[in-house]
Design a protein around this ligand. Structure first.
Ligand code: PMP
Length: 392
């Protein structure tokens, strides 16, 4: 296996090797994390609404664990399908104002399993160049043609839709909010193109569910375009603070997926305690509007502080704030300097982002206060000057 050693060395030399670090929650302080001995302000979590330590969620999970056991014991088609699944799916369909819903083990499985259930050889998937890896893997798995369009470039998408006009089935798929850039997909234009070319439209609301829409339904609802989306996908691992994923759409779609989505058929059902936690989180996501409002205010403040300092933070308005530095090694040094100053914000490097766009990806939470964010911005500014990312 000498090839592996050689490849790893190349990776390390290019500042591209990754390794695992231990982060532990700090009881009672959801905005912080423990790394080694150090308590750090956690600006790298997707716990957008601060629900991961919510007592009501923990309570129902504990109860389900004691009454229903640790694991579900089988896939949903065998004996793993508890009544709590159906109740959750009814509540999800109601929340999304769709006919039906399906719960899957996680977002990765939802994207990879659903795309490969919808299209196959002879079909085509039009996918934004910056879509999440689980979407890309779903396309590869499906064996459909992969037509990648330049990020949010609707002219390019149209050119590709023309080119592949004669394919059997067409699917357009996009992140609603892009995970590494924090900007939004042009949903109105996507909906118009989908109608013009007779394609299906799938939206991944992993980073918009819980955040946009009157009841946290996501970006398509915020824009009033939910009926143009055929396949709504979202996760319970971010705003919901738990784990798992959903697909919402027509009754026919869900019936199809129950028969064709391999991660549903060939993998064990989520543990009942997780389903109980999601069900409680769904109530809180809809009812506790103050969390969304606080998150929006925090995002506005933090973005304006970094922008005023002169950083390149891209074009979004979401709680994902990329501070683009370009060079891989510089991104690592920036992240290490932040850690020394008490802030956890990880460096994101290729292949997660395109070459030459390494960055610090900040992600904010409703639990962060203005004071914490303002102090953090001062420290980020100073490090930016020290490392030459900013000019004084
Ligand atoms: N889609 C997007 C846009 C994501 O960012 C992620 C998680 N990083 C996923 C899907 C996968 O979700 P999960 O973590 O639930 O597997």
């Amino acid at each position: 296996m000498i090839w592996m050693e050689n490849e790893l060395k190349l990776m390390a030399d290019a500042s591209l090797e990754r390794s695992l670090h231990i982060s532990s929650p700090v009881s009672g302080s959801p905005g912080y994390t423990l790394r080694g001995e150090q308590v750090l302000l956690n600006l790298s979590s997707n716990d957008y609404l601060g629900l991961s330590q919510h007592p009501a969620i923990l309570e129902v999970m504990r109860e389900a664990l004691l009454t229903e056991g640790a694991g579900s014991g089988a896939s949903r088609h065998v004996t793993g399908n508890r009544a709590s699944y159906s109740r959750l799916e009814e509540a999800l369909a109601d929340w999304q104002n769709c006919e039906a819903a399906l719960v899957l083990a996680n977002g990765y499985m939802a994207n990879s399993g659903v795309i490969s259930a919808l299209v196959g050889r002879g079909d085509v998937v039009f996918s934004d160049q910056l879509n999440h890896a689980s979407i890309v893997d779903g396309i590869v798995l499906s064996r459909a043609e992969h037509a990648r369009y330049r990020h949010n470039d609707m002219e390019h998408l149209r050119t590709l839709l023309d080119k592949y006009r004669d394919k059997r089935r067409k699917l357009i798929v996009t992140d609603a909010v892009f995970s590494m850039d924090g900007d939004q997909a042009p949903l109105r234009e996507l909906a118009a193109l989908k109608r013009e070319y007779g394609a299906m439209l799938m939206m991944d609301e992993a980073h918009s569910g819980g955040i946009y829409g009157g009841r946290g339904e996501g970006l398509s609802h915020e824009l009033g375009l939910q009926d143009d989306v055929d396949i709504h996908m979202g996760t319970f691992s971010k705003s919901f603070g738990v784990y798992g994923a959903y697909i919402c759409g027509s009754r026919m779609l869900i019936r199809w997926l129950v028969n064709k989505a391999r991660p549903l058929i060939y993998s064990t059902a989520l543990p009942p305690s997780i389903v109980a936690g999601i069900t409680k989180a769904l109530v809180l996501v809809q009812e506790e509007h103050w969390r969304r409002e606080r998150l929006c205010a925090a995002s506005r403040l933090f973005r304006s502080l970094l922008c005023d300092a002169g950083f390149n933070i891209g074009a979004g308005d979401s709680p994902i704030v990329p501070l683009i530095v370009g060079d891989n090694d510089l991104a690592l040094r920036f992240s290490r300097a932040l850690e020394e100053e008490g802030i956890l914000a990880v460096a994101i490097r290729p292949p997660t982002v395109p070459d030459g766009t390494a960055r610090i990806r900040f992600s904010l939470s409703a639990v962060h206060s203005d004071k914490e964010l303002t102090h953090a911005a001062v420290r980020i500014h100073n490090i930016g000057l020290r490392l030459g990312v900013l000019r004084s």
